[in-house]
Design a protein around this ligand. Structure first.
Ligand code: NI
Length: 236
């Protein structure tokens, strides 16, 4: 899907320029680097503090500050647990709140009926911690509601350890920079179109597409477009 299907295609592509520029300006050495960036190199530049070793361990496993993270996580057994709009709205609220609390910038997101794509950026917060605080309390909240309502879906979510909302495991998860980042932003916004849920990206309210299109009816967290001045030359 191209930008032309958006009401304001120019502003959409302007937003993508901003995003690329944010990461390029701050981390010029890593811009354009695809795939996993060496966490060791980043850690060497990190001021030493008492959490140093903890941070270092985490970084070596997952995090690479200066790159955005493209995250995908799914509902248990790929059941469409986000079918209900009230549940989508609850997740969007928490996405906004938790991201603000933990100083995680949200660059793009989309809620699909049975999975979520999310692109985030943080200089300070370990993504594992962020995901834990985003996914855990949300699923507990929803399962509690379903138990109170005696929702039939609970039978399918039953495991020996109790009810599950999320599929176990990390899911798809990679660092993205430069053009690949822009490609993933488009991928997120285009997901509902690809799956026949909406005619155009902005017809699906449950993504950041409307923020990129500067629409008043956009839901969810503000996108950190203005961290750096915009460049017309970044993405042409
Ligand atoms: Ni998808």
């Amino acid at each position: 899907m191209s930008c032309s299907s958006l009401a304001k295609g120019d502003s959409y592509s302007g937003r993508l320029q901003d995003l690329g520029q944010i990461l390029f300006r701050r981390y010029p050495k890593t811009a354009g680097c695809h795939g996993r960036y060496s966490a060791r190199a980043v850690v060497r530049d990190t001021p030493f503090d008492q959490n140093h070793l903890v941070i270092r361990k985490r970084l070596q496993r997952h995090d690479a500050p200066g790159t955005a993270r493209f995250l995908t996580f799914s509902c248990y057994q790929r059941y469409p647990l986000f079918g209900n709009d009230a549940i989508k709205a609850e997740f969007v609220d928490r996405l906004e709140r938790v991201s603000t609390e933990l100083a995680v910038a949200v660059l793009a997101w989309v809620i699909m009926p049975n999975h979520i794509h999310l692109i985030v950026f943080s200089e300070t917060t370990a993504i594992d911690d962020y995901l834990h605080k985003l996914k855990g309390p949300f699923s507990q909240f929803v399962l509690r509601r379903w138990r109170a309502l005696g929702a039939p879906i609970l039978h399918r979510l039953q495991t020996p350890d109790g009810h599950r909302f999320w599929q176990a495991g990390g899911g798809y998860d990679r660092n993205v920079m430069g053009e690949e980042l822009l490609e993933k932003v488009r991928y997120c916004h285009n997901n509902p179109v690809k799956h026949g849920l909406a005619d155009t990206t902005v017809d699906w309210p449950w993504s950041s597409a409307r923020r990129y299109d500067e629409r008043d009816d956009a839901l969810g967290p503000a996108i950190a477009f203005d961290l750096v001045p915009r460049s017309r030359r970044w993405f042409t």
